[in-house]
Design a protein around this ligand. Sequence first.
Ligand SMILES: [Fe+2]
Ligand SMILES: [Fe+2]
Length: 153
Amino acid sequence: MITNEEYEEFKKIVVEIINNDSFKKMREIKQHRFTNCYEHSINVATKCFIFAKKRKMKIDVKSLVRGALLHDFYLYDWREDKKKFFSHSYMHPYVALENSRKEFGELNDIEVDIILSHMWPLTFFKFPKYKESFLVCFSDKICAIRELFGKIS
Ligand SMILES: [Fe+2]
Ligand SMILES: [Fe+2]
């Protein structure tokens, strides 16, 4: 699958984010049928990383993984909040960006674009600008479908 060296590289990038207390709260937020937000975000980041490494893509791997982890960093259950029920699809990327900046400081352009464009084509005017953003946008949908049917990894 991936080499030990690549695995260590992945671990080094994710460790700061997945051990953050606020980020860990995503464990309490249901995402798709069989996953919470925390698991979903790690699934997307892992899928993107493996995809990029297998194809030896020339991309910014650190921004790819960080953006993938942070793309759904909202901390509410939209199913339970009537006000958010309809606006969630459009608004949660902005909430995720705000939470990310609050916890991890300023993000680079690729990371910001990954977060804001991951719902494309639903958010029609937020077209992914970078290869990294396309990859997260695509992997998010694949993971969402798999998670809906109980395939976690
Ligand atoms: Fe999302
Ligand atoms: Fe997602």
